[in-house]
Design a protein around this ligand. Structure first.
Ligand code: NAP
Length: 267
């Protein structure tokens, strides 16, 4: 049966031109290009930058099908190919000359007086205040109390997200083959008045991070930001951040190498 492909594109002129060209080429090669998203499609193509890629996976609720990105954006870390490589893409895809790169995700569960809310991030989850005041968080790892954090917030990044906000905060770049979460403090206060870790902490996939806001911070109001999407919660009782079972499968061609990509984008 002919493979069914859905294309998601941002609104830039280059993306729209690339989408039109790709549709024609896929049609000619016998693929069915869907006009509406279908969770049973064989492939999702994302045209844009990393922001568009993140937007697509959230809009379609973390699709389980393979995804390939075409970079018309700025950085394009998730994106595998450039608009000039459409023929190579179709040829390699048709020949099965590709591998899937599984990317793990992070889950945040926020328990408030009014209910429980869950969000998933591919890059990261960020727990922060309203940026004008420091926040105080009681942090536990695997159920054991570790520290009372004071500062601007903490960021919990997946390996895929280690090259995004995490990197700007001085966190380490992590090979996505490692199953870890990286917890990085944002402007931690480390004085005789407050004591916080100042470096990142790495957690294995079976340990979760517990966060209880300091109840002196009335009314326990915090922002939870996942992949750039921000939601404010009040009357928070507890926040749990852990590995999620959801995996995003990126389609990578034979010459893909994570560290070569890091070098080409950062050095
Ligand atoms: P944005 O603020 O427009 O994008 C921030 C930049 O991060 C863009 O250049 C984007 O690439 C790049 N990026 C996204 N995911 C990446 C990854 N996994 N590895 C390397 N670079 C990545 O917001 P957005 O495009 O909607 O992306 C949301 C992400 O922005 C968040 O998940 C967070 O990680 C990041 N962010 C970074 C900072 C910071 O570094 N100070 C602050 C806030 C948010 P493209 O140019 O290809 O889109």
């Amino acid at each position: 049966m002919n493979k069914r492909i859905f294309i998601y594109s941002n609104e830039s002129e280059t993306s729209k031109k690339t989408e039109k060209k790709l549709r024609q080429k896929l049609d000619k090669s016998g693929y069915i290009v869907l006009n509406h998203y279908d969770e049973n499609a064989d492939l999702l193509v994302c045209i844009g930058g990393d922001g568009t890629f993140l937007e697509a996976i959230h809009r379609y609720d973390f699709p389980s099908m393979p995804i390939i990105g075409i970079n018309t954006g700025h950085l394009g870390f998730f994106q595998e190919i450039m608009p000039s490589m459409l023929d190579d893409f179709i040829f390699n895809y048709s020949q099965g000359k590709y591998a899937l790169q599984p990317l793990s995700t992070v889950k945040v569960t926020v328990r408030t007086k009014n209910g429980t809310h869950e969000h998933v991030g591919l890059n990261e989850v960020l727990v922060t205040g309203d940026s004008t005041r420091s926040i105080h968080l009681n942090i536990s790892i695997g159920g054991s109390f570790i520290e009372r954090f004071s500062g601007d917030g903490i960021l919990i990044a997946t390996p895929a997200g280690s090259t995004a906000y995490n990197y700007s905060l001085g966190g380490s770049i992590v090979d996505p083959r490692l199953k870890i979460l990286q917890v990085t403090p944002i402007a931690p206060m480390n004085t005789t008045a407050y004591r916080s870790f100042t470096s990142s902490i790495l957690l294995p996939s079976d340990l979760s991070l517990g966060i209880v806001p300091d109840h002196a911070d009335d009314p326990c109001k915090l922002c939870i930001v996942y992949d750039g999407v921000s939601i404010e919660y009040t009357e928070i009782e507890e926040i749990e951040v852990s590995f999620s079972d959801i995996v995003v499968n990126l389609l990578r061609f034979e010459n893909y190498d994570f560290w070569t990509k890091v070098k080409s984008k950062f050095l």
